[in-house]
Design a protein around this ligand. Structure first.
Ligand code: ZN
Length: 463
């Protein structure tokens, strides 16, 4: 049918009416509401969810809540099929138990009474048993290959300052480095003692109590020191991903997928934390990114269906090794080459003073043409101002990027000191910033979901 001017005006009026009906306010596009952002944050990062510990029932409740939101918006379920045969919005992922250090004992020489957990803790362990000649060194001194180094530190030494010296000793081939207790180590002692440490290529880095350091200091340099670890495989556990989708409408583009993601877990409750508050609420990390995914799902589901298919996925167990994302990548519900781009949202709850007001940054901005294209469409995103932090490699997006997929993280994390602390709470969230930030991504994401633009890696920038 040929459209004449009268028909065109009628059509325009109908489209306007449809938009008014769909969005309730006569807007041409949905607007992210601060009250919805607050509602999501208060539930996910409130004390009732106990910090959404990776693989805990609270992580599952978070996933079920997100799935329930997706269902209300009219998304299609993309999780597992339940016993009654209905597709759900949650995917249960089994995580095999892994081998971790359960005990570490000195052999001989009057050190055998030193107890793992009480006198010695492990930051990383590189072998089942370790032996070498004792060397007592201060930061900056040179280790011999194969030595067991007692690293003598001042009580006020900060790990950040001595880390380069430790790295040098490890490069020189030290078999193990035993840091003498500092105030900072003492503060972190209970939480490090609780960690499940697997054997890793990061080498053996231990800390010893002041009493143990004194005992070691009384032994002559060159004495052979032996350390034997006991390892046990922990039980298999589960983690949960929340998954919803909107199937694209364009016959040519519907098979292409845009993935909008976050991680829904955080550090849970840690009883060994000093002070009364033991709950790691993870408001910024990453309830904020999860609420961004929820609100983008709400926005996209309320408008005209996009041409491309859009998946909204909140991964479980990012904080515990990225199990949810790994399972997703290894069992993608569509052919891998159809995944056009992944935007991961991480820590957007507070503005980053290093960039402009209400700006977000994109990890790996210079690696692809995706960021600049989104910015052209109104996204307030700029290059990551903290390249030294390697954020590109520190979130779930990296697993996808290593599989060749354009996968980048949107954030405004300004390196605040509440990161991974019990103080990452809802009261620290800047809701005006957060709402505007999510809002600024609505149009660019709608554009991406409706275009045939395929982002590319810049020359030599693919990881
Ligand atoms: Zn985190």
């Amino acid at each position: 049918m040929k459209i004449d001017r009268r028909n065109f005006l009628l059509l325009a009026a109908l489209v306007a009416a449809a938009n008014t009906f769909a969005f309730g306010q006569g807007n041409a596009r949905p607007t992210v509401l601060e009250r919805n952002v607050r509602a999501g944050m208060q539930f996910l990062a409130g004390d009732a969810l106990q910090g959404r510990g990776s693989g805990t029932i609270f992580e599952r409740i978070a996933a079920e809540y997100i799935g329930s939101q997706f269902m209300q918006f009219g998304l299609e379920p993309a999780g597992e099929t339940d016993a009654a045969g209905s597709r759900t919005f949650v995917q249960t992922v089994s995580v095999p138990g892994r081998e971790a250090l359960t005990d570490l004992r000195f052999g001989g020489d009057g050190l055998s009474q030193l107890k793992f957990g009480r006198d010695i803790i492990a930051f990383s362990i590189g072998a089942r048993s370790i032996s070498g000649e004792l060397m007592k060194l201060r930061p900056g001194e040179t280790a011999r290959s194969g030595a067991v180094v007692l690293l003598m530190l001042e009580p006020d030494s900060k790990f950040e300052d001595i880390q380069p010296a430790i790295a040098k000793m490890q490069q020189a081939g030290a078999a193990a480095i035993l840091m003498a207790e500092t105030k900072e180590i003492r503060e972190n002692w209970p939480s490090v003692a609780e960690r499940k440490i697997p054997i890793s290529r990061r080498g053996t880095l231990l800390a010893v109590s002041s009493a143990a350091a004194a005992a070691l200091a009384g032994i002559a340099d060159g004495t052979r020191i032996e350390l034997t670890g006991t390892f046990a495989v922990g039980p298999a556990t589960y983690t949960w991903n929340a998954m919803g989708k909107i199937t694209g409408t364009d016959p040519a583009l519907a098979s292409e997928v845009i993935l909008i993601s976050s991680h829904l877990d955080h550090l849970g409750v840690r009883d060994a934390t000093p002070g009364d508050d033991k709950i790691f609420n993870g408001a910024d990390d990453d309830a904020s990114g999860t609420v961004a995914v929820i609100e983008l799902a709400r926005a996209l589901a309320s408008g005209t269906k996009p041409k491309r298919t859009v998946y909204f996925v909140c991964f479980g167990s990012e904080e515990a090794g990225g199990h949810g994302a790994r399972h997703f990548i290894e069992n993608m519900p569509f052919p891998k080459e159809k995944l056009i781009a992944n935007l991961e949202f991480e820590m957007i709850g507070r503005p980053d003073p290093k960039v402009g007001a209400d700006e977000l940054w994109l990890t790996g901005y210079e690696r692809t043409d995706l960021g600049p294209e989104l910015a052209k469409r109104g996204a307030k995103i700029v290059a990551d101002p903290h390249p030294e932090q390697n954020f590109f490699t520190r979130s779930d997006n990296y697993q996808l990027a290593r599989a060749g997929i354009i996968a980048q993280t949107v954030s405004s994390f300004g390196l605040h000191t509440d990161y991974h602390k019990v103080t990452d709470e809802v009261r620290t969230i800047d809701f005006v910033h957060m709402t505007r930030s999510i809002n600024s991504m609505v149009d660019p994401v709608i554009w991406l979901a409706n275009s045939d633009f395929r982002p590319k890696w810049n020359e030599g920038k693919r990881p």
